[in-house]
Design a protein around this ligand. Structure first.
Ligand code: ADP
Ligand code: MG
Length: 672
């Protein structure tokens, strides 16, 4: 059978090589089939038992031998590659094919041949250039006589086998890479937080990844074969054909859209679509923007809140700055007018003029107090409050006034937790909200007052009306100081801004929801506190003592206007006033032996202010009643008054009535 090989370089051999090459070209698209085919041809030609192509991989730390092709295939499992590897290098370096006979090898190799039932084998190194890529082995020659011819033939064919082997190996590694890449790609799509859609050229969904299914609530079966247009929920969706044409033209497109979930709800998305010309298949990445939008809205909301509190802050600073001086001006006007009014007949023009001056000054005083509401950051008092009780008071008032046309719904949680704060400022705040609600319901409507606990730490108060509501541009500015939509003389525009300040002063939060025609809901949250453990003991009033009609009053105020007007008021009441313009002067006077019956002490003075003068004054005279005069009755003033016995706060500006009342109270307590 090896006859044709008698002349290894003769025409027969050349034909055979051409034949070989022609045959293997049939398999050119699959290099591993090519190797199989070549191996089979060679086995038939040589009539040996087994032919195989081995790959050596010396890139690994140990020499690894692997069968790439073997004929006949069934022998694959019987061949012990590790044993055969012992024969691989039994040829001279750079040499050609060798024939190994049982009779010509060392005993340990004989043992191997015996184990495999072999008599002979040939080993042909396969090289591409200088690179050894593997070995061709043929096992068991039937005819050893023509071994030279056989070896010559193997040498001739070796380069063809070497190229085929290299090709097959290259192909294998490429294939492995593609498989690995496909696997990576699949994992990526499966675990991606972004949705991924495969869409046909006509806009039909072919596949969706898990993230997309989770986003939309569809199952894979449900979504496959749906048209992409079913998912689009934009008000004006793009014409699908045009859209597809644009993506095809630009290869990819990135746009914002709104998609629909299975339950019909919609969500904002960012879509990146790529056109794959080879497959006619669109690939779309869909990113759910719901969270992002929510975060953006939250930022915007916080921004507005910040602006609001900054506005209040600057207004508060301004108010605080002018209030003191303004109060003194008003105090002087009020003092002088009320001191002099009684010198005139009640019907006279001058009397009426004084009356008007007094009213105007009082109104001015209230406005200044209102402004000071902005300047205050802590409630003037910290009492345990039951907001239900405050609201019930409000309800009684409303029932008497507006409830003919407006129905009132109350839903007050009987187990409402108390809060810490100042009753008067919250009463005022709730009243403002109720007035706004009533104003918003000119015909009829329903006003709802609701309270409830929000968990352990917060309580909620809701004031809701079914009135005209607010358009967006009004709602945005409703809390601005001096913003009003009510006519001149009707609205001051200070209602909601004072509500806001009062709530902030109580560490609370406030939110207004409103739409034109849909009414308005104001929701407020306050930090809850534990119920009071012990009832605060009411201060026991000492038994009344004899009263004195004429008192020696020491007036301590740096403002000359106040000195004059207070003196005028006191003298009108029959008291004797001594005026000094600083805390230092007052202390010096007392140290020098002056004994006042009452001291009117201004809080705000250069040098020793009221707060610094008071303890020194107490040291000199522990019992003299003190009227602490201040335009700002805040927490600090309240605590200061509380910390010392016989101290009463006197709110500036004061007229004859207020001062008279205070002096009487002081006298009534038997302190004089
Ligand atoms: P005022 O009541 O003096 O106008 P506010 O600060 O209380 O000032 O309110 C500001 C504006 O907010 C009002 O003029 C009105 O336009 C709007 N507003 C407030 N509360 C309501 C409400 N419950 N319903 C409709 N609009 C309201
Ligand atoms: Mg109002």
């Amino acid at each position: 059978m090896v006859d044709p090989l008698r002349k290894p370089d003769g025409p027969a051999v050349q034909f055979m090589i051409v034949d070989f090459l022609t045959e293997i070209l049939k398999f050119s698209s699959s290099p591993s089939d090519m190797a199989d085919h070549l191996t089979r041809l060679l086995r038939e030609l040589m009539g040996v038992r087994v032919v195989m192509m081995l790959q050596h991989d010396d890139r690994l730390s140990e020499w690894v031998v692997r069968i790439v092709a073997i004929e006949p295939k069934r022998t694959q499992g019987q061949v012990l590659v590790r044993d055969l590897a012992q024969f691989i290098d039994l040829h001279p370096p750079q040499g050609g094919a060798v024939l190994i006979l049982r009779s010509s090898v060392s005993p340990d190799l004989v043992a191997i041949l015996d184990r495999m039932g072999l008599d002979s084998l040939s080993v042909t190194p396969l090289r591409v250039g200088d690179l050894r890529v593997g070995t061709l082995m043929a096992l068991d020659y039937p005819d050893h006589e023509h071994s030279d011819d056989v070896l010559a033939l193997l040498d001739v064919l070796a380069p063809v086998f070497a190229l085929t082997l290299q090709n097959a190996l290259h192909f294998e590694s490429q294939e492995a890479r593609v498989v690995a890449q496909a696997e990576e790609y699949r994992t990526l799509l499966r675990t991606s937080p972004d949705g991924f859609l495969t869409v046909s050229g006509s806009g039909v969904i072919l596949h969706a990844n898990e993230a997309y299914l989770a986003m939309t609530g569809y199952t894979l079966e449900e979504i496959c074969n749906l048209s992409l247009s079913r998912l689009e929920a934009r008000e004006t969706p793009p014409v699908l054909g045009e859209h597809i044409a644009r993506i095809k033209m630009n290869a990819s497109d990135r746009f914002l859209s709104v998609y629909r979930r299975k339950d019909g709800s919609v969500f904002p998305v960012e879509v990146s679509t790529t056109y794959v010309p080879t497959r006619g298949v669109f690939l779309s990445f869909v990113r759910d923007l719901t969270e992002l939008k929510r975060a953006e809205e939250e930022t915007a909301r916080l921004q507005i809140q910040l602006q609001q509190s900054q506005k209040m802050e600057s207004l508060g600073l301004l108010a605080g700055g002018v209030a003191h001086d303004m109060n003194n001006v008003l105090g002087a006007i009020l003092g002088m007018a009320s001191a002099n009014i009684d010198a005139h007949a009640p019907e006279s023009r001058t009397y009426r003029a004084f009356e008007t001056i007094i009213k105007a000054a009082e109104r001015g005083g209230k406005m200044v107090k209102g402004l000071l509401g902005f300047a205050r950051h802590t409630p003037a008092e910290q009492q345990v409050l039951n907001l239900n009780a405050i609201l019930q008071e409000e309800i009684r008032l409303l029932e008497r006034t507006t409830l003919a046309r407006i129905s009132l719904l109350t839903d007050l949680d009987p187990d409402l937790r108390p809060i810490m704060g100042e009753a008067s400022s919250l009463t005022h705040a709730f009243m403002n909200l109720c007035v706004n609600a009533v104003d918003a319901m000119p015909g009829s409507g329903t006003l709802t007052l609701r309270t409830r606990n929000l968990g352990q730490d917060w309580i909620e108060v809701v004031v809701e009306d079914t009135g005209v509501g607010m358009p967006k541009e009004v709602l945005e500015r409703a809390m601005d100081p001096f913003f009003t939509t009510k006519g001149v003389g009707k609205g001051t525009g200070l209602g909601l801004s004072l509500v806001y300040s009062a709530i902030k002063a109580h560490q609370g939060e406030m939110e207004i929801q409103s739409d034109p025609g849909m009414g308005t809901r104001v929701r407020m949250r306050f930090p809850a506190c534990a119920p009071p453990s012990r009832s605060l003991e009411a201060e026991k009033a000492p038994a009344p003592d004899e009263r004195r009609s004429s008192l020696a009053v020491l007036v301590v105020d740096d403002d000359e206007l106040i000195q004059y007007s207070t003196q005028a008021l006191l003298e009108l009441k029959g008291h004797v006033a001594t005026t000094v313009s600083s805390g230092e002067e007052a202390l010096a006077k007392i140290e020098a032996g002056y004994i006042p019956d009452v001291v009117i002490l201004d809080m705000n003075m250069p040098g020793l202010g009221g707060a610094e003068t008071l303890p020194r004054l107490r040291a000199l005279n522990p019992t003299v009643p003190v009227l602490l005069a201040t335009g700002r009755v805040d927490q600090f003033a309240v605590e200061l008054a509380r910390a010392h016995p016989h101290v009463t706060l006197l709110s500036k500006p004061f007229g004859l009535d207020e001062l008279g009342q205070f002096l009487e109270t002081v006298a009534g307590r038997g302190e004089l």
